[in-house]
Ligand binder design. Structure first.
Ligand code: ZN
Length: 290
């Protein structure tokens, strides 16, 4: 605790004693795939370990000074023995040690921390690289044709976040104690260097990009299906692999060529028009039912 007090006192205006602070540990983020199908690489966690020291928590989602009551005073990366990530590597997490000055204003917060109600944390940080786990190209620049969440040769495609440049906040998300009881869970809110007022614009762009990816996945599935219908003599696995490398224009051309060939095989009267996939289509809804 003495060493901890030394670190804590680097941030306080006056020397605080052990009985004047409440300390706790918090899992800030890890190297596992999150709900956005993204994950930090191990080097990013090492860098965030440095960046998060001294960063205050934003409580109740309001970044006003009165809410900045908890501050990280030391950080470490730890491997959890026996636990693997979804992409089968050693699970690693970034754990921050934080302190809160004990006073009337922080009493409720300390009670909630003690009771385990405040367990979920989100972090705000900026990373400079966002690469595809399959081909290593930048996913933000749409340089690659892989789709997040899909498997290629048994490997999941996700966005690898690396080279963090800033860690600007972490915040608690209060969850009911009966839900997630006993679970230390971290959800990661990331941004890529853009903060307010651009965040809304960026999230719009991301939404559009995701819709585009879904459209492309649907088009790819249609092309594979048309290739099978056309009996082009290409295995579906090979078709899938080939089409994953094509652009939207190339996929459309190939899909149309296959469709034409497939229709030529049908007797007149049985030919049908192909429906264009719409951006709302989900790739998984288009089954390979032939
Ligand atoms: Zn890729």
């Amino acid at each position: 605790m003495n060493n901890d007090m030394e670190l804590i006192n680097k941030y306080s205006r006056r020397q605080l004693n052990e009985d004047e602070v409440y300390t706790f540990s918090v899992v800030l983020c890890d190297n596992d795939i999150d709900r956005d199908i993204e994950h930090f690489d191990d080097a990013a966690l090492d860098k965030l370990k440095e960046l998060f020291v001294g960063v205050s928590a934003v409580y109740d989602h309001e970044p006003s000074a009165k809410n900045q009551v908890a501050r990280i005073y030391s950080c470490s990366c730890e491997d959890v023995p026996g636990r693997k990530t979804a992409y089968r590597t050693q699970y690693r997490r970034l754990v921050g040690k934080a302190y809160v000055p004990i006073c009337d204003a922080t009493k409720d917060m300390i009670d909630m921390l003690d009771s385990g109600i405040m367990k979920e944390v989100s972090v705000g940080c900026a990373v400079s690289k966002c690469t595809c786990s399959i081909c290593g190209k930048d996913m933000r620049l749409s340089e690659c044709s892989h789709v997040k969440g899909r498997h290629y040769g048994g490997k999941i495609c996700c966005c690898v976040l690396s080279d963090p440049t800033d860690a600007y906040e972490w915040s608690f998300t209060a969850v009911p104690s009966q839900r997630n009881a006993g679970v230390t869970k971290s959800s990661v809110k990331k941004s890529f260097g853009e903060t307010e007022p651009f965040s809304e614009y960026i999230s719009e762009l991301r939404k559009e990009a995701e819709e585009g990816m879904r459209y492309k996945a649907a088009l790819q599935a249609e092309t594979v299906k048309a290739g099978i219908s056309a009996q082009a003599g290409i295995r579906s696995e090979l078709l899938e692999k080939m089409t994953s490398l094509l652009s939207v224009e190339e996929l459309t051309e190939l899909r149309d060529a296959f469709t034409k060939k497939a229709q030529a095989r049908l007797p007149i009267g049985m030919q049908s028009r192909k429906r264009e996939p719409s951006p709302g289509d989900k790739a998984s809804l288009i089954g390979f039912d032939i």
